[in-house]
Design a protein around this ligand. Structure first.
Ligand code: S3P
Length: 170
C-alpha cells in the first residue's frame, strides 16, 4: 500500500470499542505504519488522567487537537486510532474526514464496559463508569456517525473480522 497516495484509515468510536487493538492488527495486515493519538499525547504530556487532574479537560482537548493534526500531517502512517472524545471538536471532525478514510467502530455497551473494567485510566468515566459511558456515548453518537465514511458494527466480531470488514470497504 502506498501511504503517500492513499488516505490513512482513521478509527473513531467510543472508549472500549477496540480502536487501538484493531488499528494495530490492521496496520500489520496492510504493512503500514500505525499510531494511536492517546499514545502520542502520553509521549508529549504524560498520563492522560494526571494531565486532566492538573490542567482540566479543555487543556487536554487543545493538546489532543494538536496531536491529531500532527498525526494526519505525517506521510508514514496507514492507520491512526483516535481517542474516543476527538470527535467533539469540529476542527478534528473536519480534518479527519478530509484527510482520512474514517471508520466508526460501533460497539455494544456491555462489551465496551467489559473491556474497560473500572475505567481507572479514563478520567471522563470517573465516579460512574457505566452511567458516564452511556451518557457520553449518547451525546457523541451523531458526531461519530457524521464523521465516518464507514460504520462497522463490531458486535460479536473478533479483531480479525473487524479488520477484514474495514479492508473490504477501503
Ligand atoms: C476519552 C477517551 C480516551 C482518552 C481520554 C478521553 C474520551 O481514549 O482520549 O481518556 O473523552 O472519550 P480511548 O477512546 O482510546 O479510551
Amino acid at each position: 500500500m502506498e501511504t503517500q497516495d492513499t488516505p490513512p484509515v482513521v478509527l473513531i468510536g467510543p472508549m472500549g470499542s477496540g480502536k487501538t487493538t484493531v488499528a494495530k492488527h490492521l496496520a500489520q495486515r496492510l504493512g503500514a505504519g500505525f499510531v494511536d493519538t492517546d499514545d502520542l499525547f502520553v509521549e508529549r504530556h504524560g498520563v492522560v488522567a494526571d494531565y486532566f487532574a492538573a490542567h482540566g479537560e479543555a487543556a487536554f482537548r487543545d493538546e489532543e487537537e494538536a496531536v491529531i493534526a500532527d498525526a494526519l500531517a505525517r506521510r508514514d502512517l496507514g492507520v491512526i486510532s483516535l481517542g474516543g472524545g476527538a470527535v467533539i471538536r469540529s476542527a478534528n471532525r473536519d480534518l479527519i474526514k478530509q484527510h482520512g478514510y474514517v471508520v466508526f467502530l460501533d460497539v455494544a455497551e456491555d462489551q465496551a464496559l467489559q473491556r474497560l473494567g473500572e475505567g481507572a485510566d479514563r478520567p471522563v468515566l470517573a465516579g460512574d463508569p457505566a452511567g458516564n459511558w452511556s451518557r457520553i456515548r449518547q451525546a457523541r453518537q451523531a458526531y461519530y456517525t457524521d464523521s465516518a465514511h464507514r460504520v462497522v458494527d463490531t458486535s460479536g466480531l473478533d479483531v480479525e473480522a473487524v479488520a477484514t470488514k474495514i479492508i473490504e470497504g477501503y
